[in-house]
Design a protein around this ligand. Structure first.
Ligand SMILES: *Cc1c(COP(=O)(O)O)cnc(C)c1O
Length: 393
């Protein structure tokens, strides 16, 4: 199929839910993807923060293909040594206590929301069910996680949304405290708002959230779906803030390119979800677990984390010297660029034409490169970006 035919058939057979860039990607290695014509693209996206080890990393391919040839799926009616290994590793990495494995970020957040409400129901009875999230947050696309998402644009068409969410302004402790009452069972936040425009929260505000949650037995849920798995230079971003959440949700980068999510809770919540209260057919699939095991063994060493920080710094420094750059923000290799001309969408499309895959978030350019991208690949990508920025400033 030619690209034009691909585009035509996509329109013909698929629901029109995505605005896509003009590229059809069919293969890749490391931080380089190839389209149907053989044209190469440097990848600053990792999918959307999914391919932690880039395209078709040798160790990852081996882990996934060997697992596919060994056993591809068992139901959750049987024990799975691989699920246990992945869960144990996540507990060791976080110091937390129990894991529920699922298939996506939204599902991990659904599990966190259910834990919060059941914990509160078990302990305090009905009526303490409200969950506070932040204005400009993003928590997923299910009807409940859309309700959790603190952006009005997402609260359309699909009425009625799940009740029991309240939104406070990020970095506004007064607004937070004025929303705390006897109905609140949890606060759920991203520490760097990803889809909301790569907005790191202020330490002081995060401390205030942590404090009020601890004082009032309100659960602190950190949505690490995008920030997790070493993206910000720590395995989970909450480590950067020195807090200890009750629940952490993880997905995107966890499987390195296959669907897997995890909801991780601390000891206080270990027994909240009892038999029959939650479940999933696919969650903890052996192939996904084999992939996650490989990713976790590779991206969580001190040496690897230092590399992520160093590469993030390197990219940031180069961006600071580039034309059309107004502001660079983010953490580790989660980077947002505000452009002088407010033309991120146009820049991103031009980059794709010129052989660089790059994301946007709101009106920013967003970079989520594979965590193991090489400096050579970074330089190639930045030089394409630089040219496009100079031509469109
Ligand atoms: C992507 C994302 C989600 C949703 O994850 P899906 O796997 O698309 O369901 C939830 N929270 C955050 C912070 C995300 O970035």
């Amino acid at each position: 199929m030619t690209f034009e035919e691909i585009k035509e058939n996509e329109q013909k057979y698929m629901m029109h839910t995505y605005g896509r860039f003009n590229a059809a990607l069919v293969s890749g290695k490391g931080a380089v993807a190839k389209d149907e014509s053989g044209k190469e693209y440097i990848d600053f996206t990792s999918g959307i923060g999914v391919n932690s080890l880039g395209y078709c990393d040798d160790g990852w391919v081996k882990a996934v293909s060997e697992q596919a040839a060994s056993i591809q799926h068992i139901s959750n009616l049987y024990y799975s040594p691989l699920q246990i290994e992945v869960s144990k590793k996540l507990c060791e990495l976080t110091g937390m206590d129990k894991v529920f494995l699922c298939n996506s970020g939204a599902e991990a957040n659904e599990c966190a929301i259910k834990i919060a409400r059941k914990y509160s129901f078990d302990k305090y009875g009905q009526g303490r069910q409200k969950i506070i999230t932040l204005v400009n947050s993003f928590h997923g696309r299910t009807v409940t996680t859309l309700a959790a998402t603190g952006q009005e644009v997402f609260h359309n068409y699909f009425f009625p949304f799940t009740e029991g969410f309240d939104y406070v302004k990020a970095n506004d402790a007064d607004d937070l405290n004025s929303h705390i009452n006897d109905e609140v069972c949890a606060v759920m936040i991203e520490l760097v708002q990803g889809e909301g425009g790569v907005m790191p929260l202020e330490q002081e505000f995060v401390n205030a959230v942590d404090k009020v949650c601890k004082e009032k037995d309100i659960l602190l849920i950190i949505d690490e779906v995008q920030t997790g798995i070493s993206r910000t230079g720590a395995v989970y971003c909450y480590e950067n803030y020195g807090i200890s959440p009750d629940v952490v949700t993880s997905a995107k980068g966890l499987g390195g390119g296959v669907p897997i999510g995890a909801c991780i809770c601390n000891k206080k919540l270990s027994d909240v979800m009892s038999a029959g209260t939650h479940g999933t057919t696919f969650g903890g699939n052996p192939i996904a677990c084999a992939a996650a095991k490989e990713v976790l063994s590779r991206v969580t060493t001190d040496e690897f984390l230092s590399e992520v920080k160093a590469k993030g710094e390197y990219i940031r420094n180069k961006l600071a010297e580039m034309g059309n750059v107004k502001e660079v923000r983010g953490m580790g290799m989660m980077i947002g660029i505000v452009t002088e001309k407010d033309n991120a969408k146009q820049i991103a499309a031009k980059c794709v034409e010129n052989g660089l895959l790059i994301l946007t978030a709101k009106n920013l350019l967003r970079l989520l490169p594979p965590l193991n991208i090489t400096y050579d690949e970074i330089d190639k990508g930045l030089s394409i970006l630089k040219n496009v920025m100079e031509e469109n400033k």
